[in-house]
Design a protein around this ligand. Structure first.
Ligand SMILES: *[C@@H]1O[C@H](CO)[C@@H](O)[C@H](O)[C@H]1NC(C)=O
Ligand SMILES: *[C@@H]1O[C@H](CO)[C@@H](O)[C@H](O)[C@H]1NC(C)=O
Ligand SMILES: *[C@@H]1O[C@H](CO)[C@@H](O)[C@H](O)[C@H]1NC(C)=O
Ligand SMILES: *[C@@H]1O[C@H](CO)[C@@H](O)[C@H](O)[C@H]1NC(C)=O
Length: 141
């Protein structure tokens, strides 16, 4: 009995591996692998905004930063939805203490206050638990 189960499992794994290999061979995405999404994706816009708030909350900067460009945006369905994003975030002219609405804030003009960070972040949303986890959030100048 055990022997048969093991054999079935082994052949099932072999089939899965073959499918994964075939999928990558043809360059097509398999269910469960990350795929590129539009910059207009609603979920993407939400996670980008949340990441921006989190960046501003954690930075000691006197000014607010806002997204300048999205270089990569991927979505992956794994027990919920994972977003994988490469984002450029730049300093605006709005001071944090002035309590401005971020969308009204212009970027700093070229000059010593102009600064951009390259950020990579991954968030995992589990809708049925109403939970969003930040898995990675790295920014560098
Ligand atoms: C901002 O960060 C502090 C701690 O660093 C945290 O207690 C607070 O909840 C955060 N606020 C928001 C809006 O994320
Ligand atoms: C996905 O997007 C990245 C970055 O924009 C690009 O380099 C890559 O070729 C895209 N992949 C596919 C399969 O379109
Ligand atoms: C910030 O602005 C919001 C909405 O414009 C307002 O409700 C809030 O009281 C303001 N907070 C401070 C500290 O001025
Ligand atoms: C999920 O969380 C949001 C904000 O934290 C809350 O407003 C909403 O009622 C929650 N929904 C459920 C189903 O728990």
């Amino acid at each position: 009995m055990m022997g048969l189960k093991k054999l079935l499992l082994v052949s099932l794994l072999a089939v899965l591996e073959a499918r994964v290999a075939a999928g990558s061979h043809h360059g097509r995405s398999m269910p469960g692998s990350p795929y590129n999404i539009s910059r207009n994706d609603r979920g993407l816009q939400q996670v980008v905004l949340a990441a921006t708030y989190s960046f501003n909350n954690q930075s000691n900067d006197a000014f607010l930063f806002k997204p300048a460009a999205v270089h990569k945006a991927q979505r992956q369905v794994v027990k919920g939805v994972r977003y994988i994003v490469d984002l450029e975030i730049s300093r605006t002219v709005c001071r944090k203490r002035d309590n401005n609405t971020l969308s009204d804030c212009d970027f700093q003009p070229e000059g010593h206050l102009h600064q951009t960070f390259q950020c990579h972040f991954e968030v995992w949303m589990i809708p049925w638990k109403n939970e969003t986890k930040t898995l990675v959030f790295l920014c560098k100048p």
